[in-house]
Design a protein around this ligand. Structure first.
Ligand SMILES: [Mg+2]
Length: 266
């Protein structure tokens, strides 16, 4: 664990950390502006694989955050990189959105609707019965099973959520008995990939987020500095009773910024 002012790269969860739905969390814009103007690295890092990098760049810019392709990393991108590293050239049946399909094509993943060696499941907001049927059939024929992330629900505001990739996988598991290998948080893979891309050692990376069992668990597993913000789904009691203890806790990124400024003598 490093002092806040010694951290070189901030990996930032989005929902519940920087915004809720379309509403910015107070201080989020100041925080990102400070990192950007101070030359401190930052990446908007999400398990949500329903959108592609280009859509996230636009979304972050619409919020007023400075953002280029270097500042966005999704579990869909991480999964494509994982496939290229471990299963290069193997054919993939993708149960995911058209946006994720385009992303996979950008990574030169070979997509097929027939006899794939691998089935990949993403957060498919365009899901149909025919897609589920195909995925199950290929898995029953022995295809490998990989999923972008394990989240069972995706929050849409502070009180409501919708079924996410983990729930879709649970349905497939119930039908086939097959369990996927998940790529996104809480696995350390995304943090390790960012460490390589930004050339920053894990110990100088901060994983900032509002979920203990994904954001903080990933930070701990990667031996990065974990920072929990209470602007999302976690409160102090949750932390007290959790097995995942963050290195730092702040009410929101607003107070995290104050701490960072104080440490830098500003
Ligand atoms: Mg979150």
């Amino acid at each position: 664990m490093k002092k806040i002012c010694d951290l070189q790269l901030f990996l930032l969860d989005m929902d519940g950390t920087l915004y809720w739905g379309d509403k910015l969390i107070e201080g989020a814009k100041d925080f990102i502006s400070f990192l950007d103007s101070g030359g401190i690295g930052y990446v908007f890092l999400t398990n949500n694989s329903s959108k592609g990098a280009q859509e996230y760049i636009k979304r972050m810019r619409d919020f007023g955050f400075p953002c280029t392709s270097r500042n966005v990393y999704t579990s869909g991108m991480a999964t494509a990189e994982f496939l290229n590293k471990n299963y290069k050239g193997q054919r993939v049946y993708l149960m995911g959105t058209e946006a994720l399909k385009r992303e996979f094509e950008d990574y030169n993943i070979i997509l097929t609707e027939q006899d794939p060696e691998i089935v990949v499941v993403g957060f498919d907001m365009e899901l149909s019965y025919s897609k589920i049927e195909k995925a199950c059939s290929f898995l029953q024929s022995g295809a490998k099973f990989i999923a972008t992330h394990p989240d069972t629900v995706c929050p849409i505001d502070k009180y409501r959520s919708i079924p996410d990739c983990g729930s879709m996988c649970a349905m497939i598991t119930a039908a086939t008995g097959r369990i996927p290998e998940f790529i996104g948080k809480p696995k350390r893979t995304m943090i390790d990939q960012m460490s390589i891309k930004w050339n920053v050692p894990n110990e100088s990376i901060a994983m900032v987020g509002d979920r203990l069992y994904t954001d903080i668990a990933a930070g701990i597993s990667a031996e990065a500095t974990s920072i929990c913000v209470l602007s999302g789904e976690t409160n102090e009691e949750d932390i007290a009773s959790s097995k995942w203890k963050p290195d730092y806790v702040f009410p929101s990124v607003k107070e995290l910024l104050e701490e960072l400024k104080a440490g830098l003598g500003e």
